[in-house]
Design a protein around this ligand. Structure first.
Ligand code: C2O
Ligand code: CU
Ligand code: CU
Length: 611
């Protein structure tokens, strides 16, 4: 009911053509009402229309709609999905992925002028963001540009990016994760002359690999976040899908391939490696090709990150196969949460950091010829720290995490809440430092190294945070039962109570468990966050890990790629990452946020105002 009111109120503003002006002039109580209805002070704008002066080289319609697809054997799954129709431009601009909820592959050329007509055929507001593209602020899919059901939003921009793999996905306030989870996402490739000159494997030999995890009920329907715990740690499915398919398999010739990998999961982090120990040959990351190929034993891939792999099956026999796995690692989730997750979801889950297959490459044809890996792939225009506007004073991005406080720089997302450190002069290059700020109102004492916690500590700890109720594990929890509730206490430490049944002699006296953490929330809640900045890609200057987490860090440290352009960087617990990022060409609001999409929706998101 209140939603309906909300829609009509917003539609009135849109139709009145007054948009922002009308909003700004509203009496205070109306502002308050809007805020309560979930708009968070976001203005309602009249959707952008096609401009007569813009002459597109490429134009297509992109619809967001409800649909059903066959994913698992048996019943179809209800999804939300992008579909596209080319109006003008090269035929390969849009390539559907057969039988998938994933949006079509979009192929653009650097320099093209592109018009995209976004149709909202959903029953809820949405907007699309071009993750990785350097476009004007009002074309970037900021949540303030959401359109209501039935509305159309026109995007017009020139492709300024170098060649690379980007993502398009929804970005409505507090509903990004759910819409992506329901299926709204796709890969967008930019091509340029530098890439073309290399003659890299293409056509049948270039394969997109979009990795996602999903949880299904017995009717093959998607289950999404059931409680606060799911949101706090991020939501994890127990089934890995590649390009929207389970048990994904590619049939390959015994030659080189180019695999364009994207982690499209809402929260799951992968440690990619071949099952036989063959190293990965990395030729590119988020912002396109590296300068030279780099060989890695494995690669960490967090939500939003991309990986360009040279996969050479030369010399392999017909019938042989190679499995891409996620290899074991630790330390990205709070120990406590990892244990709880396991307890809550039983044996059918796929714990983050466990060892499991992602897809199989099966050699079905022996051939004698294969392209050679170029020694030099591209030229990157690196910036020196001395060329930044603030070599001595990096702009901070401080991460604070907690059940009630997923923050960046100490603040949750709020529209029009720009702080001094969030104002950036256009056409500058900034040094930035991403670190764990522990400003979320929780204790700072280190957690017990073992991650064990005894009930006798409950009283000592005095609940800096409390977690209560509904942490039942077992089958009814799987179906959306268990409502978690979390509350903040005072002092330090953490308390967790109620309904924590656990087996395996984990904690004797299960049933109505009461658990206490003596160690405080500081370390306990510390987890890894893939931090994403909209706009131009950045370079990674340094990473420094804290000594606390050495054993965990050793399981991931060889999987980071620092010599490419990035727009999303995985920041491990205790880690401080320095980056250099240009803010060129466009003024306006550009977001930065955690690409654990549950965290983003909980408020771990802010705006930079480029002015
Ligand atoms: Cu991929 Cu602001 O997001
Ligand atoms: Cu983005
Ligand atoms: Cu996060």
């Amino acid at each position: 009911m209140s939603n309906l009111k909300n829609y009509s109120r917003r539609r009135f503003l849109a139709q009145s053509g007054l948009g922002l002006v009308a909003f700004a002039g509203m009496p205070g109580f109306l502002h308050a009402m809007e805020g309560m209805q979930g708009l968070h002070g976001m203005p309602k704008l009249t959707p952008n229309k096609a401009s007569p002066n813009f002459k597109p080289d490429v134009e297509f319609n992109l619809s967001c709609e409800s649909s059903s697809v066959s994913i698992l054997p048996g019943q179809k799954t209800l999804v939300q999905k992008y579909s596209a129709k080319l109006i003008k431009g090269p035929e390969n601009t849009i390539t559907e992925i057969a039988d998938s909820y994933l949006g079509p592959l979009i192929n653009l050329q650097k320099g093209q002028k592109v018009r995209i007509n976004l149709y909202n055929k959903l029953a809820e507001p949405t907007v699309t963001h071009w993750h990785g593209l350097h476009v004007p602020a009002n074309m970037d899919g900021h949540p303030m540009y959401v359109i209501d059901p039935g509305q159309t939003l026109v995007y017009e921009f020139e492709v300024l990016n170098r060649a690379g793999m980007n993502i398009y996905h929804p970005h409505p306030h507090e509903a990004t994760a759910k819409q992506v989870y329901n299926g709204l996402a796709g890969a967008l490739f930019v091509h340029d002359d530098e890439e073309a000159a290399l003659g890299l494997p293409s056509g049948d030999y270039e394969i997109p690999i979009v990795i996602q995890d999903r949880l299904f009920d017995e009717q093959n329907q998607l289950i999404y976040a059931r409680n606060m715990h799911d949101r706090m740690t991020g939501f994890y499915g127990d089934r890995i899908l590649v390009n929207g398919r389970p048990n994904f398999q590619i049939d390959v010739d015994s030659r080189a391939y180019r695999l364009r990998v994207l982690n499209g999961s809402t929260a799951r982090i992968y440690k990619l490696g071949w099952d036989d120990g063959t190293p990965l040959t990395v030729i590119g990351v988020d912002g396109g090709l590296l300068e030279q190929p780099q060989v890695k034993p494995y690669v960490m891939l967090a939500p939003g990150e991309r990986l360009d792999l040279w996969a050479d099956f030369s010399g392999r026999n017909e019938g042989s196969q190679l499995v891409m796995r996620s290899l074991p690692f630790s330390g990205v989730l709070p120990k406590m949460a990892a244990r709880m997750g396991g307890m809550m979801m039983h044996a059918n889950t796929l714990p983050v950091g466990s060892d499991y297959p992602i897809f199989t490459a099966r050699v079905t044809k022996k051939v004698s010829d294969s392209p050679k890996l170029p020694a030099q792939l591209s030229k990157i225009n690196w910036h020196q720290i001395s060329a930044t506007a603030n070599p001595e004073k990096p702009l901070p991005i401080g991460i604070s995490e907690g059940p009630m406080a997923m923050l960046l720089n100490g603040r949750p997302y709020k529209f029009d809440d720009i702080q001094d450190i969030e104002r950036i002069k256009v056409n500058t290059i900034q040094l930035m430092e991403i670190s764990h700020a522990h400003g979320g109102g929780h204790g700072k004492e280190p957690a017990p190294a073992s991650g064990e916690h005894g009930a006798e500590k409950q009283n000592g700890g005095m609940g800096g945070m409390g977690m209560m109720g509904g942490m039942k594990h077992g089958d009814d929890d799987q179906k959306g039962g268990g409502q978690g509730m979390m509350g903040m206490g005072h002092k330090g430490g953490m308390g967790m109570m109620g309904g924590m049944k656990h087996g395996d002699g984990d904690q004797k006296g299960g049933g109505q468990g009461m658990m206490g953490m003596g160690g405080g929330m500081g370390m306990m809640m510390t987890m890894a966050h893939p931090i994403h900045l909209h706009g131009q890609q950045f370079q990674i200057v340094s990473r420094s890990a804290s000594a606390n987490n050495e054993a965990d860090y050793a399981t991931v440290r060889d999987g980071f790629i620092e010599n490419g352009l990035k727009d999303t960087v995985l920041v491990m617990p205790g880690e401080t990452v320095r980056i250099i990022k240009p803010f060129q060409d466009f003024k306006g609001l550009f977001m930065y946020h955690c690409h654990n999409l549950e965290h983003e929706d909980m408020g771990m998101m802010r705006d930079f105002l480029v002015e």
